[in-house]
Ligand binder design. Sequence first.
Ligand code: ADP
Length: 535
Amino acid sequence: MMNTPLRIAGLLEHAEKWHADTEIVSRLAEGGLHRTTYAGLGRRSRQLANALQRLGISSGNRVGTLAWNTHRHLELYYAVSGSAAVCHTINPRLFAEQLVYIINHAEDRVLFFDLTFLPLVEKLAPSCPTVETWVLMTDRAHMPEATTLPDLRCYEDLLAAENNEFEWPLFDENTASSLCYTSGTTDQPKGVLYSHRSTLLHSFAAGLPDCFNCSARDVILPVVPMFHVNAWGIPYLAPMLGCKLVLPGPGLDAASLYELFETEGVTFTAGVPTIWFGLLTFMREKQLRFSTLRQMIVGGASCPPALLRAFDEELGVTIRHAWGMTETSPLGTVCTLKPQQLRLSPDEQFAIQTKQGRVIFGVDMQIVNDEGRALPHDGVAFGDLLVRGPFIVADYFGTEPGQLTPDGWFRTGDVATIDAAGFMQITDRSKDVIKSGGEWISSIELENLAVGHPSVAEAAVIGVPHPKWSERPLLVVVRKPGQEISQEELLAYYDGKVARWWVPEAVEFVNQLPHTATGKLLKTQLRKDFDGYQW
Ligand code: ADP
């Protein structure tokens, strides 16, 4: 067989040649919609690769991006990785100190950023000595008149100065391609360095029928940001399959998203549960329906059953629940039913669909107890979830090796069950597990049930020290606007749904819950807020 290295530029070459006129539509930070095609993406990515060379970027150098999902960010994905440099996507929702830490740790030499982030970048710049060049991702007309950034460059000017001839270099497929830091909810963010090989293998896996199940007939709108875990691989998957791409830019509110779904004929989307609750509320209020959307991937946090049901029954959209993390590229499992389960009642099917699902090829998993011994796949035993495979991190970027177990598994930090049919269900992050009277209680399951109550907007469950049971679950709830509900009513809602001893000990009502930069519940903060709580 031919020994053709797997390279990210190969995806672009393929799309440019075989899906040349397929569209890429972006909503820009400057406002308005921008339209191009894979042919256009190819041309401009080569211009950008020439510009990067002129800026002195060479193989292995890190190039940072602080940007929304747009065609320019996509050009950076291909031009930077394609020329053997490392595309370092940075999450603008992190705290300023974390951003400074990440940029310095990665030793980014150039930083590309959207107009939205100009004030932020001006603030960070004095603390980022490795960055030699600052590039604002806009055209001449939108460049600021004054800035504190030294020699601020204009993206469109950089491109305009270059021609579009550039040979994507050939190199070993294990060469680093992109870099993403975890959100660092407990300690400093950690860098996960992807390779061309891992990215391509992940893309092949993402395209499988029991995974994203997309084709050239699909129109994909990734709500999941390109600044975190490569938008779950969609920027690579779409050109591989020749899908039309719709990039929402900074417009992530329900009204803007709905408009794009409808006007661009979107068939497939992906994002975290919070976004979809917002969209659902908006569509209910306005009595709207989708005309083309058929399927969405929900992941990054547990997908509550109420969301699955509402999209399926009210809006005719199938939700596929997925699990993964920065360290797994990120897809690990996706929940699609097997034939024997299609014979079950709708309620039973929904119950399975709320699990995080089955592994995709390329990922192997197991659950182990505290001694590292494998636990049975009976859907009941829960333990630490371990994974391994060619798109799973071996060691964090720039740290001492030694992350894996002695027999080569990555510890996810999640606690899960696996049932006999191979469906994995996350019960908790290991640091969020509640241990009551020596037994584990799943905070995620209690939260999922609480948000199923019509008066509850958001819920979190944490373990609080208890004199008799060592720890008991406390339910912290944000009510929906204008809704009244008492502690007694909420606790009664758990009757018959979970074991008696799982029912939270008490309920506290709050105006809002703390979140991480990626929109997940920040339980470390919540535990601090309820430190010293008296039952
Ligand atoms: P971070 O940067 O915080 O690590 P990730 O996006 O990598 O962010 O988050 C990974 C974690 O998110 C997982 O380890 C798991 O705890 C949680 N997670 C992801 N998907 C799901 C899901 N479908 N259900 C429950 N938890 C999930």
